[in-house]
Design a protein around this ligand. Structure first.
Ligand code: MGP
Ligand code: SAH
Length: 459
């Protein structure tokens, strides 16, 4: 994977969606890859292309805004030429990242059908040959990224370019930055070399001067190094002070969520509140926005509202939102977060167990949206996540049955490794569903499944 391109999108991960209709008889092998790719690219480029080009342009040429009014027509033509080149180069880069994400999508879709990947590689390769994907992307498909590249691609979902240095340090949590002992060791080694060579031949006085000179130089280097490290350490300390305390525990495994905070909520710095579970469960804003565009309606029920990642976005596209959660503290946080986005008045927060709520309510929404607990970050340990056995509080079929009591259009937010045959089976005999794979840059975050003719895209 070309890290340069990924670096450019670090501050603002691009959001790609690949979606496909599935019925009883569809499998991954009957996917129309080419049309999925074309439709996804067009969808993305129409949604974000123009803005991305403009953003990048103004970053490259900050003087443009001030100059353009005053330039001659000849200069204007030169600017125009520059713009065209910029638009062309930039769209190529975005296309490249998109193609990488698309390759990942193909691989991940196949895996989610529980197919042994090695056995199908040739077939997929054949499919890829038929696509107009550039040869560089084909190469990248077969090469497993190195550890450092995997780290890079993890970073792409972060919104904190200024703090990457600190991130790298924080990822080694439990620092001290151990510079003192390190330099001491080097110093010792150098001494040993000097001493041994000296004992063999040289005049001891010369040696002493040399050693003093070396020591002085070494001292200068060391003190610069110490200064820099002290400065870094102070920055790290400052950053750690801003992080929730629990993140620094558990071997630092939760720290990654801190670095995604602006990807989770673009207004994070205005006082967004999250508890431990919500840090790893909240739907990233770009994905929540997309789901809310898809599910725009008069009345929607968000059955597992959490701290409001989805509910807040629904409030922007739906007439009214009913947000249910079993945890009163999370509901309070959701209400607070919704007020930061200026939409709290559009959401009715209901403290209830969704199972009981759905079984007893007389409310008849247009759509029910479900993002239940997946059992914490360990969901990733299953090769094929069993949505009947591992979702909480009950399996997907039971959740679907209860939701269908309220509305025929139901949507699930599910783990990226969800068993695809089970996801399709949820639509019921003879019915179809649409499965959307949600990517931030080249990384698949999760999938969203749509059931019911009112919300399936092309039914
Ligand atoms: P993740 O797998 O914990 O993060 O969750 P990431 O960065 O993909 O992990 P990595 O180890 O591969 O780096 C990805 C996304 O899934 C989160 O941002 C949440 O939106 C969603 N998510 C994760 N969990 C554990 C849950 C859950 O239990 N319930 C719901 N509804 N969403 C979850
Ligand atoms: N979509 C949310 C995150 C949901 S996490 C967001 O973007 O912010 C799953 C939520 O389900 C948790 O908040 C948890 O408290 C809630 N939950 C668990 N069991 C529940 C139940 N039986 N009824 C309602 N909510 C439940």
């Amino acid at each position: 994977m070309n890290t340069h391109y990924l670096t450019t999108s670090r501050t603002n991960p691009q959001f790609y969606i690949f979606s496909q209709l599935f019925g009883d008889d569809t499998t991954w092998s009957s996917c129309d890859w080419e049309s999925i790719q074309n439709a996804s690219w067009q969808e993305f480029w129409q949604r974000e292309g123009h803005e991305l080009l403009e953003q990048k342009w103004h970053k490259r040429f900050p003087e443009y805004k001030d100059l353009i009014e005053k330039v001659t027509s000849e200069e204007q033509a030169l600017w125009q030429e520059l713009w065209e080149k910029h638009a062309n180069d930039s769209s190529c880069k975005f296309w490249y990242i998109f193609s990488c994400a698309f390759e990942n999508y193909q691989n991940e879709l196949v895996k989610s059908f529980g197919v042994n990947f090695n056995g199908t590689l040739d077939v997929i390769e054949q499919d890829l040959q038929n696509l107009s994907v550039t040869s560089t992307t084909k190469k990248s498909k077969q090469r497993k990224p190195s550890a450092s590249e995997e780290h890079e691609s993890y970073l792409t979902a972060n919104d904190d370019p200024e703090e990457l240095d600190e991130l790298q340090q924080l990822l080694l949590l439990g620092l001290p930055t151990s510079f003192a002992s390190k330099t001491h060791k080097n110093h010792k080694q150098r001494r040993q070399i000097t001493e041994s060579s000296g004992s063999e031949s040289e005049d001891s006085e010369d040696l002493l001067t040399m050693e003093n000179d070396e020591n002085r130089a070494l001292h200068r280097v060391q003190s610069g190094f110490i200064q820099r490290n002290k400065r870094k350490q102070r920055q790290v300390d400052k950053l750690r002070a801003r992080m929730p305390e629990f993140m620094l525990e558990e071997n630092g495994q939760m720290v990654k969520y801190w670095f995604k905070r602006f990807s989770l909520f673009s207004r994070f710095d205005r006082g967004i509140r999250l508890d431990r579970e919500s840090w790893f469960s909240v739907t990233p804003e770009k994905i929540a926005k997309q789901t809310s565009r898809r599910l725009a309606c008069d009345l929607i029920v968000d059955g597992f509202c959490g701290c409001g990642g989805n509910a807040i976005q629904f409030a922007n596209t739906c007439g009214r939102v009913i947000a249910v959660d079993i945890d009163a503290e999370k509901l309070a946080m959701a209400k607070h977060n919704a007020s930061i986005y200026g939409v709290a008045h559009k959401i009715e927060f209901i403290h209830a167990d969704f199972l009981q709520f759905a079984a007893s309510t007389r409310i008849r929404p247009d759509v029910v949206f479900l993002s239940p607990p997946w059992g914490g970050p360990d969901y990733q340990k299953q090769a094929n996540f069993d949505i009947e056995k591992s979702l909480l509080p009950v399996g997907a079929s039971k959740l679907m049955q209860l939701s269908r009591r309220l509305a025929s259009d139901v949507s699930f937010f599910l783990p990226r490794n969800a068993n695809m045959s089970q996801v399709i089976a949820l639509s019921g005999p003879g019915q179809q569903c649409e499965v959307e794979h949600n990517y931030l840059d080249t990384r698949m975050v999760a999938l969203t499944a749509y059931y019911g003719s009112g919300i399936i895209k092309r039914s």
